[in-house]
Unconditional design. Structure first.
Length: 339
């Protein structure tokens, strides 16, 4: 059985991810290298270091996924890669490798929008949602609500006007003196605290639209820290910050479902791994006889599997915009609803 084999390549930020997806066998092999240790000393991602590390990792990871799948590179039918949005230098590494490989093999190369990868990733799970659904994209770079009616059929319902949710988690963690990456560290500290002991605002909770704002929440944490928060109060502040962010994310997601008259919610992106967010959404959606879908935990952060899958879905839907010339072009800024 040959079917269609898609290689997926993700290099938009600080994870190098490669995967092989088969149209009837599903996800067969994937490997991710995270650069957390590399950037830890700097408290955030250093673009030049990220790009260089992608260069170092991409070929060994490619060989690794081929070996895991027991395949020769000539078995590959198409190469999908993240063309944006992301860090320009990091994106160029993946694009150059993908386009060169596709050219050498005489196969199509399919540029994929990074957020489309996240958006479709819950469809990789054993019990996937069916179109149409509402998607909450929550990551370090993006917080958006989308109506998804099919591959490439996306309507933006609302988005953050300033910081993304993941960015706010990371910046708040830094204010609390927690190590990078801040999101998971803050969530761990929050488990030791009690939300509500210290009060933080819920920005735009009652704004009447589906937009978000998180920078004021981060500023409120800074003001609290400046007043002198010590000991157990730090855990309480972390718990209250997490609760405030989750309150807004949950309220806006439910409002989006009401507005679109849909009852399936897909949660994708790194913040989708947050345990408190999942707990709250599970309860709220169960009360409304709705369903909430998450990608597998290992597919919440950036990975090649979601890019391979998005490439396969575009091919199967006849919506693959292959780069005929194998030009190496990336789009560091690229709105999802322009697809």
């Amino acid at each position: 059985m040959h079917g269609m084999w898609i290689l997926g390549i993700e290099s938009s930020c600080d994870e190098t991810g490669l995967a092989l997806y088969h149209d009837s066998r599903g996800l067969v092999a994937h490997a991710v290298h995270s650069q957390i240790d590399l950037h830890q000393a700097y408290g955030g991602v250093v673009p030049e270091l990220a790009s260089r590390d992608h260069v170092r990792r991409i070929v060994p990871l490619y060989r690794q996924v081929l070996a895991r799948a027991g395949m020769a590179q000539t078995d590959i039918d198409a190469v999908a890669y993240t063309a944006g949005p992301g860090l320009a230098g990091a994106l160029l590494v993946g694009a150059a490798f993908a386009e060169s490989l596709a050219f050498a093999l005489g196969r199509p190369a399919i540029p994929i929008h990074h957020l489309e990868g996240h958006l479709l990733s819950p469809l990789l799970s054993a019990a996937p949602p069916v179109y149409p659904f509402v998607a909450l994209l929550v990551s370090g770079g993006h917080t958006q609500l989308m109506r998804v009616a099919g591959v490439g059929d996306y309507v933006l319902l609302g988005e953050t006007l300033d910081d993304a949710a993941g960015e706010a988690f990371d910046k708040t963690a830094k204010l609390l003196g927690l190590p990078y990456p801040g999101g998971p560290a803050l969530a761990a500290l929050a488990q030791q605290g009690v939300a509500g002991r210290l009060r933080l605002p819920r920005p735009m909770l009652n704004s009447g639209d589906l937009d978000f704002s998180f920078s004021g929440l981060k500023t409120a944490v800074l003001n609290a820290m400046n007043k002198g928060v010590t000991g157990g109060a730090r855990a309480d502040l972390a718990a209250e910050f997490q609760e405030a962010a989750v309150d807004v994310l949950v309220a806006k997601s439910l409002a989006a479902l009401r507005q679109t008259r849909l009852n399936q919610l897909v949660v994708a992106g790194g913040v989708g791994a947050n345990r408190r967010l999942r707990e709250r959404l599970d309860v709220e959606m169960a009360q409304r006889q709705g369903r909430v879908f998450y990608p597998e935990l290992e597919l919440c952060t950036d990975n090649g599997a979601m890019i391979a899958f998005a490439g396969a879905q575009r091919l199967l839907a006849g919506r693959a915009v292959a780069t005929g010339e194998h030009a190496i072009a990336v789009r560091p800024r690229w709105a999802l609803d322009t697809l």
